[in-house]
Ligand binder design. Structure first.
Ligand code: ADP
Length: 402
């Protein structure tokens, strides 16, 4: 009897959710199952599972008061699924990898290093390490690969990595790292497939979701990105502030008695679109309310204005622009936001074809505009699966160089 084709499990652990998917390791990397546990630590924690075709198969309330319990539940559930017998490797999204510039197989040494660098990302790394260790405990023979969200940006020149503070901090690793690297790597693979010469040119990638950032890419390599030492930097986001005046923490400490942990909480969870609107972190809600609520209108204005400024700044860093790519929840689905971002950018050669834009077409620029503007549906999970296949030489990647 023919044995089942090998599969790869991908794990993407967030603050209140864990997404997972199972892919064939073969030519097509097709997705067999995808699901998530969300609202971890809140009321109504739910396991949702979709089939290959995206059809909902399971939606079930579970008890998971904390991340550890949710991980235990997920491992029990996965182990009980027939497809799990075909899983030959697990890939994890690891938000921070410091100097690592490629996905790597998890070893004792790598785990020890992840523990050591936890102070650089105390919000994400402990949970991600917890997930890796839970798999080691239950399935010690299953190879695991860490895919770092910072890796894509390790190619940035030193001038883009430097933070203008005393050098002694730089020597300890306090520098600009950049994030959303799995999404950017996927977008560049797709661009290469769609238009190989364009992928060698001057490209701006705009990953606009709840977390949002832009990257400037030249000859396929990241030369700059809007996020920095942490993912709170850069562009205004759903609940993160993005860049702020460095004098603000001192003002808030002196006049409001704000502590460092309170500041951290504010800039990550209470700011951005939520902070400015006072009502919602979700751009769809804000667009719906903008006509009647000036605070919602201001939040949308600020978002579009800042994205436009980052595009202008990166066009300068690149010395011109050939391709602009929109991706993630807002970038892929919000024509009115793309239109507002691009409205004043004609001087850069960015001209939208409004019909194509309103359809979320793959190419939304005019035929005469100098810059090709594209919408590409990003897929971080698929990028993880491909990376695992490459690192472990599974399936079709057995024949390919990394
Ligand atoms: P995450 O970073 O959590 O993966 P997503 O990439 O799913 O986030 O993006 C979520 C954002 O996308 C939300 O602000 C949501 O309102 C926005 N969004 C999704 N669809 C639309 C739409 N049709 N119009 C405007 N905004 C949208």
């Amino acid at each position: 009897m023919k044995s089942a084709p090998p599969c790869i499990l991908t794990i993407n652990g967030g603050s209140s959710s864990i997404r997972f998917a199972v892919y064939d390791a073969g030519e097509t990397s097709s997705r067999r199952v995808a699901g998530k546990i969300d609202r971890i630590g809140l009321s109504g924690t739910t396991l949702t599972v979709n089939s290959e075709a995206g059809k909902p198969q399971v939606s079930r309330r579970i008890a998971a008061a904390d991340h550890g319990t949710a991980v235990g539940f997920l491992l029990d559930w996965l182990s009980s699924q027939p497809i799990f017998e075909s899983v030959k490797a697990v890939g994890h999204r690891v938000v921070h990898g410091m100097k690592h510039s490629d996905p790597e197989r998890v070893t004792r040494k790598l785990l020890a290093e992840l523990h050591r660098i936890t102070p650089y990302d105390p919000d994400h790394l402990p949970r991600e390490i917890g997930l890796i260790e839970a798999f080691i405990e239950r399935h010690p023979k299953l190879p695991q690969v860490a895919c770092f969200d910072t890796a894509f940006h390790r190619s940035m020149p030193r001038v883009a990595k430097l933070l203008p503070i005393p050098r002694r901090y730089g020597a300890k690793g306090v520098e600009r790292y950049g994030f959303h690297g799995l999404s950017y790597a996927y977008l560049m693979e797709e661009l290469r497939r769609l238009d190989a010469p364009a992928a060698k040119g001057r490209v701006i990638l705009a990953h606009l979701g709840n977390g949002a950032s832009l990257a400037a890419v030249h000859r396929g390599k990241s030369i700059d990105t809007s996020m920095g030492f942490t993912p709170a930097a850069g562009l205004v986001m759903s609940t993160r502030s993005g860049d702020l005046d460095p004098g603000l923490p001192y003002y808030l400490a002196r006049n409001e008695g704000m502590t460092a942990p309170q500041f951290q909480q504010m800039v990550n969870h209470e700011s951005g679109l939520l902070g400015v609107s006072g009502t919602s972190s979700d751009l769809r809600d804000l667009c719906a309310n903008a006509a009647t609520d000036v605070r919602a209108a201001e939040a949308v204005d600020l978002f579009c204005y800042q994205v436009r400024k980052w595009i202008g700044s990166f066009a300068a860093a690149l010395g011109g622009l050939d391709t602009l790519v929109f991706a993630a929840g807002i970038g892929e689905n919000a024509p009115q936001i793309r239109k507002r971002i691009c409205r004043e950018l004609g001087f850069l050669g960015i001209e939208l074809n409004l019909k194509r834009n309103s359809r979320n077409a793959a190419l939304i620029s005019t035929d005469t505009g100098r810059v090709k503007v594209r919408v590409i549906r990003t897929d971080e999970e698929l990028m993880i699966a491909r990376s695992v296949a490459r690192v472990l030489k599974l399936g079709s990647y057995r024949r390919l160089k990394p």
